[in-house]
Design a protein around this ligand. Structure first.
Ligand code: NI
Ligand code: MN
Length: 228
């Protein structure tokens, strides 16, 4: 099972049943100081967070990862250079790189390519598989053809895709991404946080549901979605 809470922008808090059957609390791209966020960094004090996944080091993704890791003891998982940076900040981390399974005991994790930029290492997306659910968070990315391989190999149940345009895919590209990935559920992200990335998620939903069997779930910051 997966319980997904949207924290605004590309930030999600997810409880996922791990490979060992235990509940894992994870954060992805926890920029919890984003203008739409329903939570604050200090809310994580005394909370159990196992892993914090960081797709790339832009401020709206690396966000508050270091502070939250310090408050919770969570391990930061990301590409080599981000993991190294986390260690330098005194935080435990797991480094990896694009393309193969990371050996994490209780989750199957693969860092995927993203067509974007980053100062520390390459930008990534991440596939996270627990006991019965597979998630794909695309990070910041343009559309790229290999998304079809991500769909074919990892068969994500839920894909988190940027739709805001300007820095990432817009609605048209993200709808095409859904066709390539073929997830059961698509959740739009990285829109309406600031003016250049204004987008209407309802328009994305209409387009995707017209073109594909995928269901689009629109979450408002603070909303929770449980799957299945
Ligand atoms: Ni970025
Ligand atoms: Mn971004």
């Amino acid at each position: 099972m997966a319980i997904i809470k949207y924290l605004g922008h590309s930030a999600f808090e997810i409880t996922l049943t791990g490979l060992d059957g235990s509940e894992k609390n994870i954060l992805i791209d926890p920029w919890v100081e984003n203008p739409l966020s329903p939570v604050k960094v200090s809310d994580y004090k005394n909370r159990k967070v196992d892993y914090i996944f960081v797709t790339h080091d832009h401020g709206d993704h690396l966000g508050n990862a270091i502070e939250i890791a310090k408050l919770t003891g969570a391990k930061i998982v990301g590409i080599f250079e981000i993991a190294l940076y986390a260690k330098e900040q005194g935080v435990e981390s797991i480094d990896g790189n694009i393309g193969g399974r990371l050996k994490i005991d209780d989750l199957d994790v693969v860092l995927t390519p993203a067509t974007h930029s980053s100062t520390r290492g390459a930008p990534t997306g991440v596939v996270i598989r627990g006991k019965d659910i597979t998630l794909y968070h695309a990070g910041d990315t343009g559309l790229f053809m290999e998304m079809s391989l991500i769909g074919e190999l990892y068969m994500p149940d839920i894909a988190f895709l940027p739709i805001g345009g300007h820095y990432t895919m817009g609605i048209r590209e993200a709808a095409k991404a859904v066709q390539l990935i073929r997830p059961k559920i698509a959740i739009p992200m990285h829109y309406n946080t600031f003016p250049p990335i204004r987008a209407d998620p309802e328009e994305f939903k209409k387009l995707v549901e017209k073109q594909t069997p995928t269901k689009v779930v629109i979450l408002k910051p603070g909303d929770t979605f449980t799957y299945p």
